[in-house]
Design a protein around this ligand. Structure first.
Ligand code: ADP
Length: 558
């Protein structure tokens, strides 16, 4: 009945543990795994980085627009008018000298169908340059008559909408067997009457765009603080290329080749240019995989910690439950141990009181039994009191310089009779030349009695008790040997724990509280010493209380 209740109580505690810790832990781990799988399936990390790239490319386009704007704005104000007649050319030349970023400047008037142009005077001696530029101007002259009106209409509309009144055209061509980018900005010069179709035109020098303008834009965008690139451990790199040709036309200094991850085709200012981005030395897919791997590792490590924590909790709960069981056993044992000597004392005292005994030896025997039982009672009560004092942290020792040989002898003397009465062979080896040791006499005597008592209790056929006291180096050893049932190796450390009694069924038939050895150990340690056991089952045990001769050690430990 008792056992059944204990089992259900234990199961209940374990169930609570599982519900309270294991279930949430498993749920958390399960959720994390599901979450990571979800992220993996949706390619969420990759999508987030792509979004960042798109954002950066948008910034790049905006920056390009602003900078091109800044370049064209002053030109428009300085630009000549068709009415300037012979001054047009020299004014164009003047503008180009002040702005080396342009390859040529031109003024088109539909009324006279005239295109007045000037190639960058700073490069007048560069024949190749002049050749290409002249070709561009000729091309311009062929399509302006048909396109100019619609350009002007468009620009006037923009002005009405209060947008910047200029337009850009650009594209790819081949010069000296090489791809080259051309780009022009067109606008209506200031002071042109509303009914006239007049266009001012400047063309950016390709060298300037390729070597100065775009490298500066790229550098600016990549180093800009508002570039929200999440995987900041990786270095974003950028390049610009033509449509259908992924060879970089302009690239950031650390561009390392490979496929771009995200692209944006510029619409307004530099048509037909494509800005492309990626991470240096890695791909977004790799970053996504790395992120997942890292998270799985962290999750794995956390799971191991969690399992470890659960195991520790389980162990502690088990230990507490065991202790609770030991305590209830202890109460049962102690009540039993108190009741038996009391019953005996009462029985023999009543018999004596009746005065019916005739033989004198009987009187003696009854008196002896009463004395022995009351001694046993005192020893037990002393143990319990000592134990409760130790548990409450109130145990105090009275250290006095003591002749240990005398103390051991006198303690054994009161026991010798009982030992021999029980049929034990008793051997005593007490060295008399041991120097005086500072000890608590009562505590040492009690420890010795506990050990001798155990030797008496836990012996079967081989009834032998040996007690030795001798000096070993800086220590005094008090040894109690028996040839009793012995202690299995795995229990030799546990027997010093409070309430612990060996699992052997034999032990459970012998009365005991499981307190004796824990007290002996406490006492030995309070003296700066230790209690040691050597034992083998069926062969016997040897308990040694080793006390230091040097009182300094004892004070430190106490
Ligand atoms: P108690 O003897 O009251 O049970 P102790 O603390 O004195 O408590 O001893 C703890 C346990 O150690 C005992 O229950 C017993 O199993 C074992 N033990 C102690 N001394 C001996 C011994 N001399 N021989 C065999 N087992 C022993």
């Amino acid at each position: 009945m008792f056992k059944k209740w204990r089992l259900t109580e234990r199961t209940k505690t374990l169930l609570t543990l599982e519900l309270a810790i294991v279930l949430p832990a498993v749920a958390l781990m399960g959720f994390s795994i599901w979450n990571l799988k979800h992220i993996q399936r949706n390619k969420a990390v990759e999508a987030a980085i792509q979004l960042d790239f798109q954002h950066v490319l948008k910034i790049a386009e905006k920056k390009t627009w602003h900078q091109a704007n800044d370049l064209v704005t002053p030109i428009r104000k300085e630009f000549p008018n068709p009415d300037d007649g012979s001054q047009i050319k020299s004014r164009l030349e003047h503008i180009l000298l002040a702005h080396p970023e342009y390859a040529y400047a031109a003024l088109y008037d539909k009324k006279s169908n005239q295109l007045v142009s000037r190639v960058q005077p700073r490069r007048d001696r560069d024949q190749a340059f002049c050749g290409f530029t002249q070709e561009d101007i000729t091309m311009l002259a062929t399509w302006l008559p048909t396109e100019a009106s619609s350009f002007v209409k468009h620009l006037r509309m923009m002005k009405e909408k209060e947008e910047e009144p200029w337009g850009f055209e650009g594209g790819w061509t081949v010069r000296a067997n090489q791809r080259a980018y051309w780009n022009i900005a067109y606008f209506i010069p200031e002071g042109v009457p509303a009914d006239r179709v007049v266009l001012g035109i400047v063309a950016f020098d390709e060298d300037y765009l390729r070597k100065t303008f775009f490298p500066a834009v790229v550098k600016d965008v990549l180093s800009s603080k508002n570039t929200v690139l999440r995987a900041d451990a990786n270095l974003p790199v950028m390049m610009i290329h033509a449509p259908k040709d992924s060879t970089p036309w302009v690239a950031s200094a650390d561009w390392d080749g490979g496929e771009p991850e995200e692209e944006r085709r510029f619409a307004d200012v530099f048509p037909n240019l494509i800005f492309a981005m990626k991470y240096q030395g890695t791909t977004i897919a790799d970053i996504g995989n790395r992120f997942l791997r890292y998270n799985y590792i962290v999750l794995g490590a956390l799971s191991v910690l969690m399992v470890g924590g659960i195991w520790l909790t389980y162990r502690n709960v088990s230990r507490e439950m065991n202790l609770a069981r030991l305590k209830s056993d202890f109460v049962a044992n102690v009540s039993h141990e108190l009741r038996t000597p009391l019953a005996l004392i009462r029985l023999y005292a009543e018999t004596l009181e009746l005065g019916r005994l005739t033989a004198k030896e009987k009187y003696q025997e009854y008196f002896r039994i009463i004395r022995e039982e009351s001694e046993r009672l005192t020893a037990l009560i002393n143990n319990i009191l000592d134990f409760s004092r130790i548990e409450a942290g109130r145990k105090e020792y009275e250290f006095k310089e003591t002749n240990l040989a005398d103390l051991v002898r006198s303690t054994l003397d009161s026991y010798r009779f009982q030992i021999e009465q029980n049929g034990f062979a008793f051997e005593e080896n007490i060295c008399s030349d041991i120097p005086p040791v500072t000890v608590d006499r009562e505590a040492i005597a009690r420890s010795l009695l506990n050990l001798v008592n155990n030797a008496l209790k836990y012996s079967k056929d081989q009834k032998y008790i040996g007690v030795s006291l001798y000096q070993a180096n800086s220590r005094v050893n008090l040894e109690v040997r028996d040839r009793g049932i012995g202690i299995p190796p795995n229990e030799q450390e546990k027997i010093f724990e409070k309430f612990y009694r060996c699992g052997d069924p034999l032990v459970h038939n012998i009365k005991g509280s499981g307190l004796g050895l824990s007290l002996v150990r406490h006492i030995a340690r309070a003296h700066g010493g230790e209690v040691l056991v050597e034992s083998s089952p069926e062969k016997g045990s040897k308990f040694t209380i080793a006390l230091p001769l040097d009182p300094g050690l004892r004070t430190a430990a106490a």
